[in-house]
Design a protein around this ligand. Structure first.
Ligand code: ADP
Length: 344
């Protein structure tokens, strides 16, 4: 795969809804032809970021560069390069054919249109017979696949996917995932995928980003311990796991007023099957593996681990995975020192 230049460069992006600052991104670069997986809790700013990247929303402040050129609005040039698929598909109140062919007709690019509609429908597992159906004759999953076909037919440079498989049936989800990867393989499409489906993101992404309260963190090397934070009886910052504040807690170092987020580097986290005292790890929290995959670049096993209400990504060697019998579903103890948690 050839990665020549950046598809996107965002700088100094801030976005406010009224008084409420919902995005604060100093810089973000996304190489052409790459797949970026974006995760984060509801309300963290994923949709707002994707709308800004789709030029459907103008950020309150900051610059968005697309293919090396600063762009401002959804001009015809931008419209032909970038497309956004949202969780709830927006279809025209017309036939499937009209929906899929719409973008090409706008561009007056109608050569072989029947064949291209057929191919686009087939790429999401729909037979050409579907083209005659009306918009209201589709299941939710089929409607989402039609919306995906309507984007793929344009062969965009960038496909932005906002929770594309969150509310569709398993078969449609599989077909949408497959069609997304094919877009990158067939014409080097850049993909940015916001999803709660972490196993999928881990499997397909070149870069994983997490977003919390409008700020971006790389999940490549670090894990964010998300707010809110509390103070312990001894006035020490802590993060409770679970909203009832009775279970486990993570001890955090002291912080300055300006520091907002606690971050722990992956390599500082050690995994064991049981707690152990007197080993210097003042944080020993219970987690459960929800998915594992082999990272080709490093040869390491990467695992996504749930610890009550947040998720961490951790890497370990194949030998360690074997010796501890690590598999999805396995419970384990994550150990790290509070002093190694950084405040940002
Ligand atoms: P996510 O996609 O991660 O769930 P969003 O980008 O949708 O997050 O939302 C980020 C924050 O902005 C949330 O607090 C949400 O309530 C708020 N928000 C989103 N859209 C609007 C809007 N049109 N007007 C006011 N607030 C909004």
């Amino acid at each position: 795969m050839k990665m020549t230049q950046d598809s996107y460069r965002l700088s100094h992006i801030r976005h406010y809804y009224g008084e409420n600052k919902v995005l604060d991104i100093e810089t973000l670069q996304i190489p052409q032809g790459s797949i970026t997986g974006l995760s984060g809790p509801n309300g963290s700013g994923k949709s707002t970021l994707l709308k800004i990247m789709a030029f459907a929303l103008k950020p309150t402040q900051g610059e968005v560069w697309l293919n090396g050129r600063q762009e401002f609005i959804l001009s015809p040039r931008v419209r032909s390069r970038v497309t956004l698929l949202t969780q709830k598909p927006y279809l025209l109140k017309r036939s499937v054919f009209d929906n899929v062919a719409y973008g090409l007709k706008i561009r007056k690019d109608i050569k072989n249109i029947n064949n291209r509609v057929k191919q686009a429908l087939e790429s999401v597992g729909l037979a050409y017979g579907f083209a005659r159906r009306q918009w209201h004759e589709l299941s939710g999953g089929e409607a989402q696949r039609v919306a995906m076909a309507a984007r793929l037919i344009l062969k965009p440079d960038v496909l932005l996917l906002d929770e594309p498989v969150a509310s569709v049936d398993t078969k449609s989800a599989g077909l949408i995932r497959k069609a997304s990867l094919a877009a990158r393989k067939d014409w080097g499409c850049t993909l940015v995928i916001a999803s709660h489906d972490l196993p999928w993101l881990n499997e397909c992404s070149d870069t994983r980003l997490s977003i919390t309260n409008g700020q971006i963190f790389s999940t490549g090397r670090e894990n964010i311990i998300p707010p809110p934070y509390d103070l312990s009886h001894e006035d020490w910052p802590v993060k409770w796991l679970g909203s009832d504040k009775t279970g486990e807690q993570i001890r955090l170092p002291l912080r300055k007023n300006t520091q907002k987020f606690a971050v722990i580097q992956k390599e500082k986290i050690c995994i064991r099957l049981e707690r152990k005292s007197d080993n210097g790890y003042d944080n020993q929290i219970t987690g459960k593996i929800i998915s594992m995959h082999m990272e080709k670049r490093s040869g390491q096993i990467m695992a996504t681990i749930h610890a009550k209400d947040f998720t961490m990504d951790i890497g370990f060697s194949l030998a360690q995975a074997r010796s501890l019998g690590l598999l999805p579903g396995k419970k384990l103890i994550l150990m790290f020192r509070s002093q190694e948690v950084e405040w940002r």
